[in-house]
Design a protein around this ligand. Structure first.
Ligand code: NAD
Ligand code: TYD
Length: 353
């Protein structure tokens, strides 16, 4: 990893030999992070606090569950008493637990406010009582800035979220800042772009389209399909979290994206082409309400800290599609568990026409 340029070197605190709490560790990013940290740091110990909502899945962590350096606690971040018993045990926290799907937030926003905003508040309050915690990484999202057609948002830009999901994340993001400023808590905020990779719940765009294509089902492309997301491979995100754990300073905010802006229609085409399926599987459907056109962030600050993405979208997407192809048992179990697995388009639009 490149060294920081033009910036004073920070103490590399590092999680090795320490105890880290990962909230939401049974989800997509959390499970990848837990695995990545255990492999990278031979003496790190990890506590995974997860409620196991529909999105939490212990299958994501089967390969590490017997590791003596890993501990799973099933619980809710909103449980003040539970959280208060865990925080005094740890050196650092990576806070990922959240309700995360924009489409679900449009159907029912309540859990988003309760988990993303209130749950984060409970963690910040518990942090006040745990002065030995040296690093708290609050994982926000680039969606808090809202949409923009041209140019890039910097960390100083105002937050103008447009979905109940991104508004809930923005509420938590601003609470994180307030708790840093008011109480001097060691909170660093990350605002990553859309992640992709293995173990992503198949309601999200890339795994939904990949697994539907594998099943020969049609792929519901919202609106004109020209919306743009900047795709970040989950392992590059893990590397960014690790770097910020070691070198981020309390109160800092970092955008994280990999400069892979691709319109949705192009992502959809690449998926079906790789799988040897016809492009006619892709069907445009009515647009998502309030659909953000483009997310785009300026990542100079985390570049200066020493992070660069290592996975190109071409390689990362191809490997991700291969992963879903090679792990049908994983995603079929999820689709079967949720009954006849339905995308937002199926549940929202079709049923309302
Ligand atoms: P995910 O939906 O796959 O996983 C969320 C996890 O949180 C699940 O394991 C779930 O059981 C757990 N959880 C939910 N509510 C909880 C509660 N009240 N208490 C304890 N655990 C609870 O999400 P993800 O994609 O892994 O995202 C993780 C974090 O990263 C979220 O904060 C999300 O906003 C943020 N983020 C995600 C992306 C992305 O593209 N996936 C991009 C930017 C930011
Ligand atoms: P998603 O994975 O839900 O992430 P987000 O909305 O948080 O960016 O969707 C990524 C993009 O794909 C977004 O522009 C919406 C679009 N999309 C579809 O066109 N069809 C779908 O079925 C889904 C789930 C998403």
């Amino acid at each position: 990893m490149a060294e920081a340029e033009g910036r004073p070197l920070r103490p590399e605190r590092g999680p090795d030999g320490r105890v880290l709490l990962v909230t939401g560790g049974a989800g997509f990013i959390g499970s990848n992070l837990v695995r990545w940290l255990l492999a990278r740091y031979p003496e790190v110990r990890i506590i995974n606090l997860d409620k196991l909502t529909y999105a939490g899945n212990l299958e994501n962590l089967r390969d590490v569950e017997a590791n003596p350096r890993y501990e799973f606690i099933r619980g809710d971040i909103r449980d003040r008493d539970l959280v208060r018993t865990i925080l005094p045990r740890v050196w650092g926290v990576v806070h990922l637990a959240a309700e995360t799907h924009v489409d679900r937030s449009i159907l029912d926003a309540g859990e988003f406010v309760l988990t993303d905003v209130y749950g984060s508040f409970v963690l910040f309050e518990a942090l006040r009582l745990a002065p030995q915690v040296e690093a708290f990484i609050h994982v926000s999202t680039d969606e808090v800035y809202g949409s923009r057609e041209e140019g890039f948002f910097s960390e100083e830009d105002p937050l103008e979220p447009s979905s109940p999901y991104s508004a809930s994340k923005a509420g938590a993001d601003r609470l994180a800042r307030a708790y840093n400023i008011t109480y001097g808590l060691p909170i660093v905020i990350l605002r990553p772009s859309n992640n992709y990779g293995p173990f992503q719940y198949p309601e999200k765009f890339i795994p939904l389209f990949t697994t539907h294509a594998l099943e020969g089902r049609t792929l519901p492309l919202y609106g004109d399909g020209r919306q743009v997301r900047d795709w970040l491979h989950v392992e590059d995100h893990c590397r960014a979290i690790d770097l910020v754990l070691r070198r981020g300073l309390p109160g800092e905010v970092f955008n994280v994206a990999a400069n892979n802006e691709v319109p949705n229609i192009e992502v959809a085409r690449r998926i079906v082409n790789q799988l040897g399926r016809p492009e006619s599987l892709i069907k445009t459907v009515p647009d998502r309400p309030g659909h953000d056109r483009r997310y785009a962030i300026d990542c100079r600050r985390i570049h200066e800290l020493g992070w660069r993405p290592e996975v190109s979208f071409e390689e990362g997407l191809a490997a991700t599609v291969r992963w879903y192809e090679a792990h049908p048992a994983w995603w079929k179990a999820i689709k079967e568990k949720s009954g006849e697995f339905k995308s937002f388009y199926d549940t929202y639009y079709k049923d309302r026409r």
